[in-house]
Design a protein around this ligand. Structure first.
Ligand code: SAM
Length: 335
């Protein structure tokens, strides 16, 4: 097995594939096995778990996840990395490599059913490793030169639809799209489709982003994304990670965070969508008082004034001082 988490091994591999890192795709690969193991440990994996990995890069985290979980679907946007990933994960039957933009992949798999990679009718979503071919599953298996050979086998038990199963998410996230990825786990899409959030997500993110996501109300770092994430999930900062353990070395430090979606069965989804109208309006004009900024949410002024009064929230406060539960309470009094 290629120990791709070792800088020398990674460099050797990258030379063999004449690979040049793409800044645009946020390619800073982790070369510290301890840090990678922290991510795996934080995902609390067992053989019953399906994990989706966002942006596997050269596969260092993929290999370690595959050793701990039942199945890993690794979604990588850069097609140059696919033969390399096939080589690194060769011999791991529980890894599916998908060549796609994760944002598109999660949208296309309606209801964010990431087990789709293993279902008969959804094989069209799957890129390099698993393809629909005449009722059979075809796997591309990389040989030692990184070339792919196609083999086919009849549909097996693990390919059967497993829509009810949960999944976990993990990834050393490309920093340019951290916010859309995290928001997309919870936000209702433009088509009204509700995502199926993971049971748990462990991400490596830029340290400043972690601080923003975790920020309490009233701080400069508190924004609409903090409200969104904190409403839907409990969030923990597990470890700070130095920029020195990546290659190439980025200009920022990182942090490992864990999100656990809350049980919101007691909440009303329509109230939640009204709440996010308030959040958007409130943070669009965050320097203004609630009385003024919330006018932008489009509710009748009298209803808004009544809702503020019923919740006991002073209209001269600013949106940035309201907790996610304050926003929810306010929305619950609006028509
Ligand atoms: N997981 C690897 C590691 O820890 O060494 C690589 C992490 S690197 C920070 C981010 C990876 O995400 C890169 O391989 C990049 O090509 C990939 N990526 C960037 N944008 C993506 C997207 N929209 N969908 C899927 N992968 C993406």
């Amino acid at each position: 097995m290629i120990e791709v988490w070792k800088k020398t091994e990674l460099e050797k591999l990258m030379r063999a594939y004449e690979f040049r890192y793409s800044k645009a795709w946020g390619q800073n690969f982790l070369v510290d096995k301890n840090v990678l193991e922290k991510v795996v440990l934080a995902a609390e994996l067992s053989q019953d778990d399906s994990v989706v990995e966002i942006g596997p890069g050269a596969g260092a985290l993929t290999v370690l996840l595959a050793q701990a979980a039942g199945h890993v679907t690794a979604v990588e946007i850069d097609k140059r990395l696919i033969p390399l990933l096939n080589e690194v994960t060769e011999g791991l039957p529980n890894v599916t490599i998908v060549n796609d933009d994760f944002l598109k992949y999660s949208r296309d798999n309606s209801a964010h059913d990431f087990d789709a990679a293993r279902t008969d009718n959804s094989l069209r979503f799957v890129g390099a490793r698993l393809k629909d071919c005449d009722g059979k599953v075809c796997e591309s298996i990389g040989d030692s030169q990184g070339k792919s050979a196609r083999v086919s086998r009849p549909l097996a038990a693990q390919d059967a639809p497993q829509k009810s199963r949960g999944y976990k998410l993990a990834g050393n996230l490309p920093y340019y799209i951290t916010t859309p990825i995290i928001a997309g786990l919870f936000e209702t899409g433009a088509d009204g489709a509700r995502p199926r959030p993971p049971e748990l997500a462990v991400f490596m993110v830029q340290k400043e982003v972690a601080e923003r996501l975790m920020s309490p109300p009233g701080k400069k770092t508190y924004g609409a994304i903090s409200v969104l994430v904190q409403y839907y999930a409990g969030i923990e900062m597990l470890s700070a990670v130095s920029r020195e353990v990546f290659t190439p070395r980025p200009n920022v430090d990182s942090a490992i965070i864990r999100l656990r979606p809350r049980d919101l069965s007691g909440d009303d989804t329509e109230t939640a969508s009204r709440m996010f109208r308030l959040v958007r309006a409130g943070f669009d004009m965050r320097r203004k008082t609630l009385r003024n900024s919330l006018a932008g949410a489009g509710f009748p002024a009298a209803d808004m004034a009544a809702a503020l009064e019923k919740t006991g929230i002073d209209p001269i406060r600013r949106a940035e001082t309201l907790s996610p539960r304050d926003f929810y309470a306010l929305a619950s009094y609006l028509p």
